[in-house]
Design a protein around this ligand. Sequence first.
Ligand code: 1GP
Length: 251
Amino acid sequence: MVGPIEKYLLKHIQEDGAIHLTLIDPEKVTAASSSLLAKKADDSKTTAIMVGGSTSTSPNHLDRVIKAIKRTVKIPVILFPNNVTGISKHADAIWFMSLLNSVDPYFLIGAQVLGAPMIKKYNLETLSLGYIIVGEGGTAGIVGRAVPIPYTKPELAAVHALAAQYLGMHFVYLEAGSGATQPVPSNMIKAVKYAINTPLIVGGGICSSEQARTVVVAGADMVVTGNIIEETDNRDQFKKLVKTVREIGTA
Ligand code: 1GP
């Protein structure tokens, strides 16, 4: 079944060719500062806000952050959980994700089993997602006990993504890790895009409009950025990046 937030994302991908999502890490913000970031993201015409971080552990703080964002903007707020503590009843939806290249069953299915009853209780819309960590992998790779797929092995990323699709997952996410020194390279994005027909999300280390352009041209349907919006001296750069995603998507 496809819920309203999934329909919203698919509609915007169809209309704009590619969309931008803003990631806010609850660990790096207060409720007040998350509201300012959300306003900046919304003003820049990002399509939705994701909330989550690899080392975030306080459900109370997460609730406060999401409530502050929801009071400020109307665009959807989607949870991007690192664990069962990443669930909040105040969000509009949750990436219900499995870290496909983790060696730890907890991140493949354990956390999902523990979190499922709470998600049902809160009536949160689930967006099923195959999450694949590549390249440096960053903190997400370490915390999630992943064996990151090297950038030199695009075909391995492609078969992970294909397996996700065959398992019925509706989205695939290629994650380079927040703050990665090199975003996911074009040849890996192309190989994955060629293998699947579900929407492809790409994130990690994208901090310029040129880099955003490269990942959209290679085939990303959704571009996620986190760090760039927090760099206050880069207000215009963020706006330009979001605009580039849409412009290249429709080109
Ligand atoms: C991390 O892909 C996201 O999950 C965002 O990464 O913070 O490097 O933009 P950045």
